[in-house]
Design a protein around this ligand. Structure first.
Ligand code: SAH
Ligand code: SF4
Ligand code: F3S
Length: 517
């Protein structure tokens, strides 16, 4: 190539680049003009006075019914049970549109990433996942990639995706899952990224279709959102204000699950203890709901998560009656030091937490208590951290989920100066985890020689001649038994306790599973 040709060729390349850049800018501005509805954490923080509207009219419009025929979908789920359950609803909607589920990401026609915003590392995982899908979009431009869940509610995340992840076709939030058919249609028709995120929560939408992940255990949402605004937490921003479902809708759903043969349900909410407070005209709380559900013939009922602040005596009484409400309470404490609890905005003290624990233990002597703890809160001192350790010793939790504090943009704690170095935080987490392991192992070892009731869920991951399942206190048990026991509650004699699981010998199918209170 001579000098002239070389010059011409580089002009061509530059031309191409310019054209591409011009097109991209045009496309990008198009999002803002037509499609892009930016979420706003500031808006999301506002709590209006208007009461919750219940939408009972959800149905799949006729025009969307065949949208998914001959197409497949895959949903990757991060985060908590709330997200896992939202995934079941999205799978329900997609199935109603005619899509088939697949496990193969390389052939899926719709790929949804249901994201979690709770800590920075949760978000990083999602970004690397979306990055990994870039090649897939190049090879199969017709495949649709969607980002949904809690990260979609953050403006910084939406802007980052718009700027750097052009392989994404749609972003939608936690409040408009029911709009999935319309969002998909727009994504098929539009070349630009479809962004539909509502900063303010909408109605409580009933009658959404669901494809549940299993036929033994089921999630049941009893409320959405959170108004607690713990200073570190992004959830009140990503999930909106507290909205309770009507008792009759919940009870009907649970009755339906009982009829279908489900053995266990978990009632879900970010703070289930607030259940019912927002429903006008009735005086009905979680205690009442638990009492009504305890009359339904379903062997096990769990609920999560309980904020220690508004755990009522009524609730303790109902759990103490036994019946189908399991003797396991997850009661996140976060810290054992009053000053830290205060700046966390948790609204209880070490003393009042311990009082509640004592009350629970007195009323329900065989209760299993588990918790969540954050270490390395901004400016947490060594002495304050030691108080978390000593609280752990006092309560003797059977297990804990432990985290290093992660700064979340838009939360009050993000403005706090933090003088605790990362390696100190890591060392605290390690010290705490040592304690957690010690008490978990101790709790497990108590079962050796005992007979426990296990809800048998399937074969063990490692050995398919071994069945596995959980006790009412959520201990994993492995044992050999006929496969016909899957889905049943069985008696198992524990032979060996390990750190996170128990090994045992099958005795028989449990004779009596529900004791009516
Ligand atoms: N609604 C539940 C908690 C949901 S988030 C409750 O209040 O109990 C689950 C756990 O994640 C929290 O209990 C807390 O321990 C942890 N967490 C939340 N925000 C965090 C943050 N910014 N950094 C570290 N851990 C956090
Ligand atoms: Fe977050 Fe606190 Fe609400 Fe739990 S109660 S979701 S920690 S704000
Ligand atoms: Fe994560 Fe949202 Fe749950 S931030 S923990 S998925 S409510």
């Amino acid at each position: 190539m001579n000098e002239e040709q070389r010059k011409q060729s580089s002009i061509n390349i530059l031309d191409e680049r310019d054209k591409k850049a011009e097109k991209e800018t045009k496309d990008y501005s198009k999002y803002f003009e037509h499609v892009y509805q930016p979420p706003s954490l500031k808006e999301a923080k506002k709590r209006g006075k208007q009461s919750v509207q219940y939408n009972d009219d959800f149905k799949i419009e006729e025009k969307y019914r065949n949208m998914g025929l001959g197409r497949t979908f895959l949903i990757k789920t991060y985060g908590c049970q709330m997200n896992a359950h939202d995934t079941e609803v999205m799978a329900g909607i997609l199935s109603a549109l005619g899509y088939q589920a697949t496990d193969d990401i390389n052939t899926a026609d719709v790929i949804l990433i249901n994201t979690c915003a709770i800590r920075e590392n949760a978000e990083n995982k999602v970004f690397s996942e979306i990055g990994n899908l870039k090649h897939l979009k190049r090879e199969r431009p017709d495949a649709l990639i969607g980002v949904c869940g809690c990260m979609s509610q953050e403006e910084s995340v939406v802007n980052k995706i718009l700027k750097s992840y052009q392989n994404v076709d749609m972003i939608f939030g936690t409040h408009n899952i029911h709009r999935l058919p319309a969002i998909l249609e727009e994504a098929y028709l539009s070349k630009a990224m479809v962004v539909e995120v509502w900063s303010k929560e909408g109605d409580v939408v009933e009658n959404l279709p669901k494809v549940r992940a299993g036929n033994i255990k089921a999630w049941v949402n009893i409320m959405y959102g959170c108004d607690k605004f713990c200073t570190y937490c992004i959830v009140p921003f990503t999930r909106g204000k507290e909205r309770s479902r009507r008792p009759e809708d919940i009870i009907e759903e649970v009755r339906g699950l009982a009829r279908e043969g489900y053995q266990e349900i978990t009632l879900l909410g970010q703070n289930v203890n607030s259940y019912g407070k927002d429903i006008e005209g009735i005086d009905y709380g979680l205690g009442d709901l638990l009492e009504d559900i305890s009359k339904i013939d379903i062997p096990r009922v769990r609920f999560t998560t309980s904020h220690p602040w508004d755990f009522t005596d009524r609730m303790i009484d109902i759990i103490a009656k036994g019946g189908n409400i399991v003797p396991h309470i997850h009661l996140p404490v976060q810290s054992g030091n009053d000053a830290v609890l205060k700046i966390m905005g948790r609204k209880y003290t070490r003393e009042s937490y311990l009082e509640l624990v004592n009350k629970i233990k007195t009323a329900i002597p065989d209760i299993a208590l588990t918790t969540d703890i954050i270490v390395g809160y901004p400016n947490e001192t060594e002495a304050q951290f030691e108080e978390t350790l000593s609280l752990y010793d006092e309560v003797e939790f059977e297990h804990a989920y432990t985290y290093i504090y992660s700064q979340r943009d838009g939360t009050p704690a993000a403005k706090m100066k933090d003088n605790v170095p990362q390696d100190v935080k890591k060392a605290r987490l390690q010290a705490l985890n040592k304690k957690v392991s010690y008490y978990s192992e101790r709790a497990m070892s108590k079962y050796e020689g005992e007979i426990v009731q296990v809800l048998c869920e399937g074969t063990s991951k490692r050995d398919d001649t071994v069945l596995s399942g959980y006790t009412d206190k959520n201990k994993l048990v492995n044992f050999k038994a006929p496969k016909s026991m899957i889905g049943k509650i069985v008696d198992v004699k524990i032979d060996e306790a390990k750190q996170y699981s128990l090994n045992g010998t099958f005795v028989q199918q449990t004779q009596k599973t529900v004791v009516m209170p």
